[in-house]
Design a protein around this ligand. Sequence first.
Ligand code: TXA
Ligand code: MG
Length: 351
Amino acid sequence: MDTEYIRLDGRNIDITLAHKAGATLRNGGTVAFPTETVYGLGANALDPDAVKKIFAAKGRPADNPLIVHVADASDVVPLVKEIPEPARLVMANFWPGPISIILQKSGLIPDIVSAGLPTVALRQPSHPVAAAIIRASGVPVAAPSANLSARPSPTCAQHVRQDLDGKIDMMVDGGICSVGLESTVLDLSGDVPAILRPGGVTPQMLRPLIGEVAHSLGKTDTDCAPKCPGMKYRHYSPKAQVCLVECGSGRAACVENISKEIARLCAESKREGKRVGVLTCAGEGSGAPADIFIACGETPGEYAANMFAALRQFDEQQADIIYAALPFDDEFSAAIRNRLYKAAGGRVVKV
Ligand code: TXA
Ligand code: MG
């Protein structure tokens, strides 16, 4: 199929074009659009045939449920059995924004959306383009990240084009995603709130509002299995092998120790004839014998915003192996660490 491209400027939205994208969604088509986290690939969440097209375009396993996006918090009411108090509080304080909540679903949500689970994940994105398109569609919009399954999530229109051109009906270019990492997934369907996927909204931010939140800070690969089906798959992966080099003690010591270790690892990989990339934060490993250096930014926020684009860039430059320096250890960085762990398939060097 031919994918139709349109451009929407979040600061000055062309209502006619937003309605065109909305009508495509309402009528059963697939539309990729920007959100503040990453680009999503949307379809009418109430139409199982439309949702099927998302799974086909992405090559997504059928047992991995989708997040349903709404234009307004009140749109959640018919989609769930009830809205418990913690959900009300999270919605009031963090929506629109980068957090998805899981609740018991109502009969309106087709099984294909929830992958047969009795629950549904819901989110109101804050990106003005996403908000305009969802509102214009007049329906709840199921939308996973707009990448091929197992590829890094897309943070600009070019990434979506690389993965999905010719496989979806419409593509809305709305510029670069500011957060750069997918939303926090918070399960509020059981007795204890639990973070199934760390993101921009951290346990620290949630605790004052809803009390204790179960989480494992994204330290391991099996973190949230089996409750969060998506997390069991190899994810966020460039074609190159990724090796995470991290250090848990103090920023200054970390930079020095990580640099030494990266230099050693790069030399080893060069001897094996590999094309070597280094993903740095504040120039860690800059003296290492690598072929490609990409700096992600010196703060966790910058690092998160640039990370997926960097992983794709290493692919374009045909890296065989990427050594990724991770010198942060705060709660927000748990989201970065979680994605890098998964991209690394568990290959981690601690210094
Ligand atoms: O920021 C985001 O969340 C982006 C934008 C487009 O909104 N979307 C996104 O969707 O990252 P996706 O499909 O790539 O990731 C959704 C994650 C998956 O790991 C999935 O397994 C989990 O949420 N999930 C969805 N519904 C669930 C449910 N009912 N129970 C448990 N996990 C669920
Ligand atoms: Mg995804």
